[in-house]
Write a protein that binds this ligand. Structure first.
Ligand SMILES: *Cc1c(COP(=O)(O)O)cnc(C)c1O
Length: 381
């Protein structure tokens, strides 16, 4: 039999009907402990930090969607990234993109550095810089593509090759693309991490994270850390993410179709000076995106003529796009990075353009979304 397709696996993998009741949807096993068959001989679930059937269902489904062998679910995306960072030891070095997710930057600089783990942040669109950053102590290259907020595209296969030549592990944060559009393990990565808070959950009603791995050794190590450190998701949160995952394919198709229409209409608006969308042929990462992604995602960024003041005006004038951080939900969100998600970069070399606006394009009717943006942009013309 041929391998089942993505949409089928999203609905069925890890989610067989409950063997005792026939429940079609895996139940929320709201219990902290499980009856054991006999002291010291028990093989099943024991204590819910260590394992819970609702979590097992989610972990199996996510592993399948990323075309990996093993999945592990966490209480947040940052908990998942922290767990992968436990693979590093004092004296080790990691290389990350200079525009990596802010929380990941904070973890490496403010927390891991205190434990003797050094890191370098480089522009990974330039492979010579990636290579130059690798040292004999580099044990991990953590990358993320498309990046935030400029939606740069990084070449996962090429970065993996450079890292593997130095025996460094490759971790890809696949939150922005989701496994529907991009599967890093098949491109050479060793681990995939997710904030399931975003597209996988998809409804802005849960915070969660996940890691998917092919290596059994790494899986067993991370499973040990998952239990040892204890940042596990609740059964209800696992159930919510799994509920979201079942519609991932149709949601991503609509997010991407709406994003391209929004991006194209913004390009024609005189109040907009630049639009960043990897689906545009003139986007510098377009060819790599075409090679490693099967769709360009639902995120669009653009620069408003007139800079900071104009952008703030637009950001407070939309009626459907909700001003807020996060992304990946069914509803459209608008972020002003310079004053919100990326405010902490002010004054640094990574400071973002004050006129930049980042959109998480939702799945509302595209005409309503386009109309909303243009009425807001009319305020600054
Ligand atoms: C949101 C996000 C995270 C962190 O995930 P949380 O669930 O908020 O902890 C990590 N990486 C990326 C790319 C994100 O967008």
């Amino acid at each position: 039999m041929t391998r089942r397709r993505f949409e089928t696996r999203a609905i069925h993998d890890g989610q067989d009907p409950d063997p005792t009741t026939g429940a079609v949807v895996p139940p929320i096993y709201q219990t902290s402990t499980f009856q054991q068959s006999a002291p010291a001989e028990h093989k099943g679930y024991e204590y819910a930090r260590t394992g819970n059937p609702t979590r097992t269902a989610l972990e199996a489904c996510l592993a399948s969607l990323e075309e990996g062998q093993f999945g592990l679910a966490f209480a947040s995306g940052m908990a998942a990234i922290t767990a992968t960072a436990y693979l590093l030891s004092p004296g080790d070095h990691a290389v990350l993109p200079d525009d990596v997710y802010g929380g990941t930057y904070r973890l490496f600089v403010r927390v891991l550095e205190r434990y003797g783990i050094a890191s370098s942040f480089v522009d990974m669109t330039d492979l010579t810089r990636v290579e130059a950053a690798l040292t004999p102590k580099t044990r991990m290259v953590l990358t993320e593509t498309p990046t935030n907020p400029y939606l740069k595209i990084l070449d996962i296969a090429a970065i993996s090759e450079l890292a593997h030549a130095r025996d460094a592990l490759v971790v890809v944060d696949n939150t922005f693309a989701s496994p529907y559009f991009q599967r890093p393990l098949s491109l050479g990565a060793d681990l995939v991490v997710h904030s399931t808070t975003k597209y996988l959950g998809g409804h802005s009603d849960v915070v969660g994270g996940a890691v998917v791995i092919n290596s059994k050794d790494i899986y067993q190590t991370l499973k040990f850390y998952q239990n040892a450190a204890g940042a596990v998701p609740s059964p209800f949160d696992c159930w919510l993410v799994l509920r979201g995952v079942r519609t991932l394919g149709i949601r991503m198709d609509r997010h991407a179709a709406n994003a391209i229409a929004v991006a194209e209409s913004l390009r024609d608006n005189p109040a907009v000076t630049r639009v960043f969308y990897p689906g545009f042929p003139e986007h510098p990462g377009h060819d790599i995106a075409r090679k490693q992604m099967s769709g360009f995602g639902g995120m669009v960024s653009f620069v408003v003529r007139g800079g900071l003041e104009s952008a703030r005006r637009v950001a407070s004038s939309t009626k459907i796009f909700i001003l807020g951080e996060s992304l990946g939900g069914v509803e459209s969100l608008l972020d002003h990075p310079a004053s919100m998600t990326h405010a902490s970069l002010a004054g640094s070399s990574l400071q973002v353009d004050g006129g930049l606006i980042r959109l998480s394009v939702g799945i509302e009717h595209v005409h309503d979304l386009v109309d909303d943006l243009h009425q807001a942009l009319a305020k600054v013309r």
